[in-house]
Design a protein around this ligand. Structure first.
Ligand SMILES: Nc1ncnc2c1ncn2[C@@H]1O[C@H](COP(=O)(O)OP(=O)(O)OP(=O)(O)O)[C@@H](O)[C@H]1O
Ligand code: SF4
Ligand SMILES: [Mg+2]
Length: 373
């Protein structure tokens, strides 16, 4: 983590406003007709100061990768704005967007499938340099590549080797080198360590941290594992069904989560102190994540929320509003924090697949006594 460099008026490298990415659902034998929309990202506001790390967490399918891709315009948003260093990216013509892309790179989850097995490391790294016209000649490009390899801790002999000749951790270093060789300012790392052994994960997270210090990088780090983003992030945003439900400075979020969904996520993270671990409140969420093609009305979390109230929760969508240093999308956050509203049992609501995208089709499943499932 580095200090914010006061470049630009606001010091923010990225400003996202009301970002939406909706994918059409089509059906038809001869002609496809649009029968619904998957609201993968549905109204996200976030800001990333230059040189800082924004950690994005949430369950599988909540829209994290789609948000990351939309930020880089790899998926074009349905609505909203993405401002990068004062330039509005949405609606930018392809030639201008291409020039901006050098400054915004992505690291992918699975280094094996994101690296072409037929290309050796040198050719993987030189590709981007040539595409963006970086380096006057071959010698200049080799020099840039050698420095990048050194920065990510790979030896020179790696240049002539192919991805399958490396271990998982080394392959992810190649993926990081491919992003960094272009000299980006923003790096979106989508689950950068999820495919790696636990013993290697810390090495790669530390490498990302060191590279940030050295190169003044700005990160959006996406993970479903809260432990991964905790130490590397300045601010953490928690996503649920296409929207942020809570955002707070990293320490604050882990110390005192305010949104019921964040509390449930945090309750699943083990605490190193055995006494605290024994006393720890565990919240098991009822049912699966509802379909983003057919999100619940009102608060999207109300079908699974152990604190849901008879008023407002089912019919009024809570805005992401400031509470202290955090932003929280819950009508009752203060009353939950003070203990005035206590958690209760929740009956799992199962949405049958055939109902997705059409009328809400909810069947009840009995809950286990004493749990929230
Ligand atoms: N190209 C696409 N066309 C249609 N639907 C899509 C497309 N890409 C993603 N989706 C849907 O959008 C929703 C969000 O997907 P996304 O991959 O962003 O989630 P995620 O939070 O990254 O999940 P994971 O943790 O599993 O990677 C999912 O319901 C997914 O099926
Ligand atoms: S608004 Fe209601 S349902 Fe939503 S998180 Fe808050 S208490 Fe739960
Ligand atoms: Mg993803």
């Amino acid at each position: 983590m580095t200090d914010v460099k006061a470049t630009g008026e606001s010091g923010n490298l990225v400003e996202v406003r009301d970002l939406k990415v909706h994918f059409p659902i089509t059906r038809g034998v001869l002609f496809d007709r649009v029968v619904g929309q998957v609201k993968a990202v549905d109204g996200v506001d976030l800001t990333i100061p230059r040189g800082k790390t924004y950690g994005l967490v949430g369950e599988s399918g909540c829209g994290k990768s789609t948000l990351g891709r939309a930020l880089l315009q790899l998926t074009r948003p349905t609505g909203g704005q993405v401002n990068f260093d004062g330039v509005e990216l949405t609606g930018l013509p392809p030639n201008r967007l291409r020039a901006m892309r050098r400054r915004m790179q992505m690291i992918f989850q699975d280094p094996m499938s994101s690296l072409d097995p037929r290309q050796n490391v040198e050719s993987i790294l030189v590709e981007g340099l040539q595409a963006h016209g970086i380096g006057a000649d071959r010698a200049a490009r080799r020099d840039i590549i050698a420095k990048t390899l050194d920065a990510v801790g790979l030896p020179k002999w790696a240049l002539s080797r192919y991805p399958h000749e490396f271990s998982g951790g080394q392959r992810q270093r190649i993926g990081i080198a491919r992003a960094l060789v272009l000299g980006p300012e923003l790096v979106v790392a989508d689950e950068p360590v999820s495919a790696l052994d636990v013993s290697i994960q810390a090495q790669v997270v530390n490498l990302l941290d060191e590279l940030q210090d050295e190169l003044g990088l700005t990160y959006l780090v996406i993970a479903h594992d809260l432990a991964v983003v905790r130490h590397i992030s300045d601010v953490v945003g928690v996503m649920y069904l296409g929207a942020l439900v809570e955002e707070a400075p990293s320490d604050r979020l882990y110390r005192e989560p305010l949104h019921p969904y964040t509390r449930a996520l945090m309750s699943a993270v083990p605490v190193p102190d055995p006494e605290v671990e024994d006393r720890r409140e565990r919240i098991l969420l009822a049912g699966d994540l509802p379909s983003p093609a057919n999100p619940p009305a009102g608060c999207r979390f109300h079908t699974r929320c152990p604190w849901a109230q008879p008023t407002r929760c089912a019919d009024e969508r809570p805005a992401l509003r400031p509470i202290g240093e955090s932003r929280v999308a819950c009508h009752w956050a203060e009353q939950i924090a003070s203990g005035e509203i206590r958690p209760h049992k929740v009956t799992a609501q199962i949405v049958r697949p055939e109902d997705e995208g059409e009328t809400p089709g909810i069947v009840s499943a009995p809950s286990e006594p004493g749990s929230f499932v």
